[in-house]
Design a protein around this ligand. Structure first.
Ligand SMILES: [Zn+2]
Length: 188
């Protein structure tokens, strides 16, 4: 974005036109983090939340029509809709999201509505044991794409296989450590 060399640890902005993530230096990042900043780029925040009261009612996950037990969801403000992506050997695949089914999940978990459009995502994992053990995190969108990249390199077969599960466990452990719990009663 500018001529300043970028450190290994750096922030990202979303280029709204092409939906690409761009690596930026700190001053550029802060420029686009300003409320009311130019809307062509949006700074990706560094917020991680967990939702201890998160629940998926019977049939909710099936209703979302995600073919695997993991997906991330974010609001695309250009298209004025929530989109869903799930990981696999080809990277992130978009899943056509039934709007009513997603609205029902948000209705049951009002704390989730705090997610910022375009730059934050909700990552939901449903274990093989069923939706009763499902967990949900709010995290920066760049972290979701990082996870997708890690999984693509080791994904085997339909469900990802052992290596992908190990990568996932490692990723969720890191997310869990960084997350601040947001109980449903505390939703603003
Ligand atoms: Zn810069």
């Amino acid at each position: 974005m500018c001529a300043v060399p970028i450190a290994d640890e750096h922030s990202h902005v979303v280029n709204m036109a092409g939906r690409q993530l761009m690596c930026v230096c700190r001053p550029c990042y802060l420029l686009f983090a300003e409320p009311g900043a130019e809307l062509r780029y949006r700074a990706v925040p560094d917020r991680y939340l967990s939702f201890p009261d998160f629940r998926l009612g019977p049939g909710r996950w099936d209703g979302l029509e995600i073919p695997v037990g993991l997906a991330f969801f974010f609001r695309n403000s250009d298209q004025d809709r929530t989109v869903a992506f799930y990981p696999g050997p080809a990277g992130a695949t978009e899943s056509e999201l039934p709007i009513d089914a997603w609205a029902a999940v948000i209705d049951e978990n009002p704390a989730l509505s705090t997610v910022a459009p375009d730059v934050e995502a909700l990552l939901i994992r449903v274990p093989n044991t069923g939706p009763a053990g499902a967990e949900c995190h709010l995290l920066p969108i760049d972290a979701c794409y990082e996870l997708v990249g890690r999984l693509r390199r080791c994904w085997r077969g339909f469900d990802g296989g052992q290596d992908a599960r190990a990568q996932l466990d490692d990723f969720f452990a890191r997310v869990e450590r960084r997350s601040v719990a947001r109980p449903d009663g505390g939703a603003s």
